[in-house]
Design a protein around this ligand. Structure first.
Ligand code: FMN
Length: 189
Protein backbone atom coordinates (compact mmCIF):
# COMPACT_ATOMS: atom_id res chain seq x y z
CA UNK A 1 0.00 0.00 0.00
CA UNK A 2 2.84 2.34 0.81
CA UNK A 3 4.32 1.95 -2.66
CA UNK A 4 1.08 2.87 -4.46
CA UNK A 5 1.03 6.27 -6.13
CA UNK A 6 -0.81 8.10 -8.92
CA UNK A 7 1.34 8.38 -12.05
CA UNK A 8 0.48 10.92 -14.74
CA UNK A 9 2.59 9.52 -17.56
CA UNK A 10 0.86 6.62 -19.29
CA UNK A 11 1.95 4.58 -22.30
CA UNK A 12 -0.59 5.62 -24.96
CA UNK A 13 -0.03 2.43 -26.98
CA UNK A 14 -0.67 -0.07 -24.19
CA UNK A 15 -3.97 -1.97 -24.07
CA UNK A 16 -5.40 -3.82 -21.10
CA UNK A 17 -6.92 -7.25 -21.68
CA UNK A 18 -10.56 -7.86 -20.76
CA UNK A 19 -9.39 -10.41 -18.21
CA UNK A 20 -7.26 -7.79 -16.47
CA UNK A 21 -10.11 -5.27 -16.40
CA UNK A 22 -12.39 -7.98 -15.04
CA UNK A 23 -9.87 -8.70 -12.28
CA UNK A 24 -9.91 -5.03 -11.30
CA UNK A 25 -13.70 -5.04 -11.19
CA UNK A 26 -13.65 -8.17 -9.04
CA UNK A 27 -11.52 -6.36 -6.47
CA UNK A 28 -14.18 -3.66 -6.23
CA UNK A 29 -16.93 -6.29 -6.18
CA UNK A 30 -15.62 -7.76 -2.93
CA UNK A 31 -15.35 -4.50 -1.00
CA UNK A 32 -17.45 -4.21 2.16
CA UNK A 33 -20.52 -1.96 2.12
CA UNK A 34 -23.26 -0.85 4.49
CA UNK A 35 -25.92 -3.58 4.54
CA UNK A 36 -24.03 -5.21 1.65
CA UNK A 37 -25.85 -2.72 -0.59
CA UNK A 38 -22.88 -2.63 -3.03
CA UNK A 39 -23.84 0.85 -4.24
CA UNK A 40 -20.97 1.11 -6.72
CA UNK A 41 -21.20 0.93 -10.50
CA UNK A 42 -18.41 1.37 -13.06
CA UNK A 43 -18.59 2.38 -16.69
CA UNK A 44 -15.66 0.78 -18.48
CA UNK A 45 -14.12 3.12 -21.03
CA UNK A 46 -11.14 1.62 -22.90
CA UNK A 47 -9.16 4.14 -24.94
CA UNK A 48 -11.02 4.69 -28.22
CA UNK A 49 -14.43 3.52 -27.00
CA UNK A 50 -17.47 5.77 -27.23
CA UNK A 51 -17.52 6.27 -23.46
CA UNK A 52 -13.86 7.26 -23.61
CA UNK A 53 -14.52 9.79 -26.38
CA UNK A 54 -17.36 11.30 -24.35
CA UNK A 55 -15.15 11.60 -21.27
CA UNK A 56 -12.16 13.04 -23.13
CA UNK A 57 -14.35 15.81 -24.57
CA UNK A 58 -15.24 16.92 -21.05
CA UNK A 59 -11.92 16.66 -19.18
CA UNK A 60 -10.61 19.65 -17.25
CA UNK A 61 -7.59 21.38 -18.77
CA UNK A 62 -5.26 19.90 -16.15
CA UNK A 63 -6.42 16.36 -16.89
CA UNK A 64 -6.77 16.58 -20.67
CA UNK A 65 -3.09 15.81 -21.33
CA UNK A 66 -2.59 12.68 -19.27
CA UNK A 67 -5.97 10.96 -18.84
CA UNK A 68 -6.55 10.17 -22.56
CA UNK A 69 -3.25 8.25 -22.71
CA UNK A 70 -4.30 5.65 -20.11
CA UNK A 71 -5.38 2.24 -21.43
CA UNK A 72 -8.77 2.32 -19.78
CA UNK A 73 -10.80 4.64 -17.58
CA UNK A 74 -13.30 3.28 -15.09
CA UNK A 75 -15.97 5.83 -14.30
CA UNK A 76 -17.05 5.42 -10.69
CA UNK A 77 -20.72 5.89 -9.89
CA UNK A 78 -22.61 5.72 -6.58
CA UNK A 79 -26.23 4.64 -6.72
CA UNK A 80 -28.80 5.36 -4.04
CA UNK A 81 -32.26 3.89 -3.51
CA UNK A 82 -34.41 6.77 -2.27
CA UNK A 83 -37.60 4.71 -2.76
CA UNK A 84 -36.45 1.77 -0.62
CA UNK A 85 -38.61 0.88 2.42
CA UNK A 86 -35.84 2.02 4.74
CA UNK A 87 -33.73 4.46 2.72
CA UNK A 88 -30.14 4.56 3.87
CA UNK A 89 -28.28 7.85 4.34
CA UNK A 90 -27.00 8.48 0.77
CA UNK A 91 -23.62 9.40 2.23
CA UNK A 92 -22.97 5.67 2.65
CA UNK A 93 -23.27 5.11 -1.08
CA UNK A 94 -20.50 7.64 -1.61
CA UNK A 95 -18.45 6.17 1.25
CA UNK A 96 -18.76 2.66 -0.11
CA UNK A 97 -17.99 3.66 -3.70
CA UNK A 98 -14.75 5.20 -2.45
CA UNK A 99 -13.94 2.00 -0.66
CA UNK A 100 -14.61 -0.13 -3.74
CA UNK A 101 -12.46 2.21 -5.83
CA UNK A 102 -9.65 1.92 -3.29
CA UNK A 103 -9.81 -1.87 -3.64
CA UNK A 104 -9.70 -1.53 -7.42
CA UNK A 105 -6.79 0.90 -7.31
CA UNK A 106 -4.74 -1.32 -5.01
CA UNK A 107 -5.54 -4.35 -7.17
CA UNK A 108 -4.18 -2.45 -10.19
CA UNK A 109 -1.00 -1.68 -8.26
CA UNK A 110 -0.66 -5.33 -7.23
CA UNK A 111 -0.90 -6.27 -10.92
CA UNK A 112 1.97 -3.92 -11.77
CA UNK A 113 -0.37 -1.38 -13.36
CA UNK A 114 -0.54 2.36 -12.80
CA UNK A 115 -3.84 3.80 -11.54
CA UNK A 116 -4.68 7.46 -11.07
CA UNK A 117 -8.09 8.62 -9.84
CA UNK A 118 -9.42 11.99 -11.00
CA UNK A 119 -12.48 14.16 -10.58
CA UNK A 120 -11.59 17.02 -12.91
CA UNK A 121 -14.19 16.67 -15.67
CA UNK A 122 -17.70 17.88 -16.39
CA UNK A 123 -19.64 15.26 -14.45
CA UNK A 124 -23.09 16.40 -15.54
CA UNK A 125 -22.22 16.41 -19.25
CA UNK A 126 -20.63 12.95 -19.10
CA UNK A 127 -23.49 11.54 -17.03
CA UNK A 128 -26.07 12.92 -19.48
CA UNK A 129 -24.26 11.66 -22.58
CA UNK A 130 -23.77 8.18 -21.12
CA UNK A 131 -27.40 7.90 -19.98
CA UNK A 132 -26.95 7.74 -16.20
CA UNK A 133 -30.29 7.54 -14.38
CA UNK A 134 -31.39 10.05 -11.74
CA UNK A 135 -30.14 8.26 -8.67
CA UNK A 136 -26.71 7.44 -10.07
CA UNK A 137 -24.03 9.92 -9.07
CA UNK A 138 -20.89 10.03 -11.18
CA UNK A 139 -18.03 10.92 -8.84
CA UNK A 140 -14.66 10.10 -10.33
CA UNK A 141 -12.65 8.38 -13.01
CA UNK A 142 -9.88 5.86 -12.46
CA UNK A 143 -7.29 5.91 -15.24
CA UNK A 144 -5.43 2.60 -15.49
CA UNK A 145 -2.54 1.55 -17.69
CA UNK A 146 1.22 1.21 -17.64
CA UNK A 147 3.75 3.97 -17.18
CA UNK A 148 5.04 5.60 -20.32
CA UNK A 149 7.98 7.67 -21.45
CA UNK A 150 8.06 11.08 -19.71
CA UNK A 151 9.67 12.46 -22.87
CA UNK A 152 6.44 11.78 -24.78
CA UNK A 153 4.25 14.07 -22.67
CA UNK A 154 4.19 17.75 -21.82
CA UNK A 155 6.79 19.05 -19.39
CA UNK A 156 4.02 19.82 -16.93
CA UNK A 157 2.71 16.24 -16.90
CA UNK A 158 6.21 14.77 -16.75
CA UNK A 159 7.15 17.05 -13.87
CA UNK A 160 4.18 15.91 -11.79
CA UNK A 161 5.59 12.40 -11.60
CA UNK A 162 8.80 13.56 -9.98
CA UNK A 163 7.16 15.75 -7.33
CA UNK A 164 7.73 14.85 -3.73
CA UNK A 165 4.70 13.09 -2.22
CA UNK A 166 3.73 14.20 1.26
CA UNK A 167 1.17 13.36 3.95
CA UNK A 168 -0.18 15.06 7.06
CA UNK A 169 1.38 13.59 10.24
CA UNK A 170 -0.64 10.79 11.82
CA UNK A 171 -0.92 12.81 15.05
CA UNK A 172 -3.22 15.17 13.14
CA UNK A 173 -5.32 12.28 11.87
CA UNK A 174 -5.59 9.78 14.71
CA UNK A 175 -7.15 11.06 17.93
CA UNK A 176 -7.51 9.38 21.28
CA UNK A 177 -9.78 10.41 24.13
CA UNK A 178 -10.73 13.78 22.67
CA UNK A 179 -10.95 15.37 19.27
CA UNK A 180 -7.61 16.89 18.40
CA UNK A 181 -5.65 14.96 21.02
CA UNK A 182 -3.32 12.58 19.19
CA UNK A 183 -3.87 8.91 19.96
CA UNK A 184 -0.94 8.19 22.35
CA UNK A 185 -0.18 4.78 20.86
CA UNK A 186 1.32 6.18 17.66
CA UNK A 187 4.74 4.72 17.06
CA UNK A 188 5.52 6.63 13.86
CA UNK A 189 4.41 9.88 12.27
C1 FMN B 1 -11.54 11.54 -5.75
C2 FMN B 1 -10.20 11.94 -6.31
C3 FMN B 1 -10.12 12.96 -7.23
C4 FMN B 1 -8.90 13.30 -7.79
N1 FMN B 1 -8.87 14.23 -8.80
C5 FMN B 1 -7.72 14.42 -9.50
C6 FMN B 1 -7.72 15.21 -10.68
O1 FMN B 1 -8.76 15.72 -11.13
N2 FMN B 1 -6.53 15.37 -11.32
C7 FMN B 1 -5.38 14.80 -10.88
O2 FMN B 1 -4.36 14.96 -11.53
N3 FMN B 1 -5.37 14.02 -9.77
C8 FMN B 1 -6.50 13.81 -9.08
N4 FMN B 1 -6.51 12.98 -7.98
C9 FMN B 1 -5.26 12.36 -7.53
C10 FMN B 1 -4.76 13.01 -6.27
O3 FMN B 1 -4.28 14.29 -6.57
C11 FMN B 1 -3.70 12.09 -5.64
O4 FMN B 1 -4.26 10.88 -5.27
C12 FMN B 1 -3.08 12.76 -4.41
O5 FMN B 1 -2.36 13.90 -4.80
C13 FMN B 1 -2.18 11.84 -3.64
O6 FMN B 1 -1.18 11.34 -4.47
P1 FMN B 1 -0.90 9.78 -4.58
O7 FMN B 1 -2.17 9.12 -5.09
O8 FMN B 1 0.23 9.64 -5.55
O9 FMN B 1 -0.58 9.29 -3.22
C14 FMN B 1 -7.71 12.64 -7.38
C15 FMN B 1 -7.80 11.63 -6.41
C16 FMN B 1 -9.02 11.28 -5.89
C17 FMN B 1 -9.08 10.15 -4.88
Amino acid sequence: MRSRWSPSVFDATHELGDDQVTRLLQAAQWAPSAGNAQPWRYLVAPRGSRAHQVLVAHLSRGNSGWVPRASVVLLAVAVTEPDAKKPRDPAYAVHDLGQASAHLTLQAHAMGLAAHQFSGFDHDAVAAELGLPEHARLLAGIAVGVRGDPGAVSERDAERDSRERTRRPLAETAFGDAWGTPWPGLTES
